[in-house]
Design a protein. Structure first.
Length: 309
């Protein structure tokens, strides 16, 4: 195989109560990468589209190629590649944009080389893409983008990640407003200390979310989608957030919260038709404030990245 084209999905991290430990993949949007073998050892980014010229072509500084370089070095593989990156989602969207690029790149190279590594073992390399993109090797976007489904990061040292089954009728609505939230700003405003009362309540919701997903208990999922710690602080960065959340719940959503660091907002629903009604309600709430937005409706993507040619 001389070339390959791969899609890697967007992700929702935190999932209300699970700050930095929960994440799941969706069907759309996502990133596409085309990787072609070279006759030398160089890793070269030949093209980037969809980024409005914001991303670097320097392979040592781009999230799509840093994991590839780390993967090849670790495995002692001396093979060069040309890499095309096609961004199919906005940057800084709260949908794991850099994670999708990181996963697509290293997954493509592993495939084109005949799968010398298991998919899950590609995770540490993918995390290096996150490190270069946002300064910290978080896994709550990278892990679901790579593994698919709903994942829990139990520990970073040692790295311990596991998957949780999700109900077949669980659908997600994602609405991305045309506003910008800087991830570093969204993390900087968080409080360093949390009250015992809120910690206990949050722990209860984390446990409730896991149990609700595993038991297909939609009412328990809904009751557990309450974030006492992060959402109240970050909501100030997203205009009309509370109005959008109210609209989602009124339209039948199980719950609604911020996707990652924002500005995207997501909602869980039982059934695709309800999720589509929720999408319309959330879009309308944003647009009443003259904020343009895009909406996506998807099941939980259990497959992760895939070869598309």
């Amino acid at each position: 195989m001389e070339s390959i084209k791969v899609f890697a999905p967007a992700t929702v991290a935190n999932v209300a109560c699970g700050f930095d430990i929960f994440g799941f993949a969706v069907d759309a949007p996502g990133d596409e990468v085309i990787v072609k073998k070279r006759n030398d050892k160089q890793i070269v980014i030949t093209k980037i589209s969809g980024d409005e010229g914001k991303l670097t072509l320097d392979a040592s500084k781009n999230a799509v190629t840093v994991p590839i370089i780390a993967f090849l070095k670790k495995n002692g593989i001396e093979q060069g590649f040309d890499v095309e990156l096609h961004k199919k989602m906005p940057l800084g969207s709260g949908l794991g944009s850099s994670s999708a690029s990181s996963v697509a790149g290293v997954f493509a190279v592993n495939e084109i080389l005949g799968k010398p590594c298991t998919t899950k073992s590609l995770l540490p390399f993918s995390m290096e893409g996150e490190r270069i993109a946002c300064g910290s090797a978080h896994a709550d976007n990278v892990a679901p983008a790579l593994m698919g489904g709903f994942v829990v990061i139990r520990s970073y040292n040692p790295l311990d990640i596991f998957s949780v089954p999700t109900p077949s009728e669980l659908f997600v609505t994602i609405v991305h407003p045309d506003i910008e939230v800087n991830t570093k700003d969204a993390r900087h405003i968080l409080r360093n200390e949390v009250s015992m009362k809120n910690t206990i309540a949050q722990m209860g919701n984390v446990a409730g979310m896991i149990a609700g997903l595993m038991q297909s208990d939609y009412d328990l999922i809904a009751r557990s989608m309450v974030d006492f710690i992060i959402e109240p602080v970050r909501a100030i960065l997203i205009p009309e957030f509370w109005e959008v959340k109210h609209a989602a719940l009124e339209a039948g959503a199980l719950g609604c919260s911020i996707s990652g660091a924002g500005p995207s907002v997501f909602a869980f629903s039982k059934g695709q038709s309800t999720a589509e009604k929720v999408a319309m309600a959330m879009k309308t709430a944003f647009e009443k404030a003259s904020i343009h937005c895009n909406a996506y409706v998807s099941g939980v993507n259990i497959h992760g990245p895939k070869v598309i040619n």
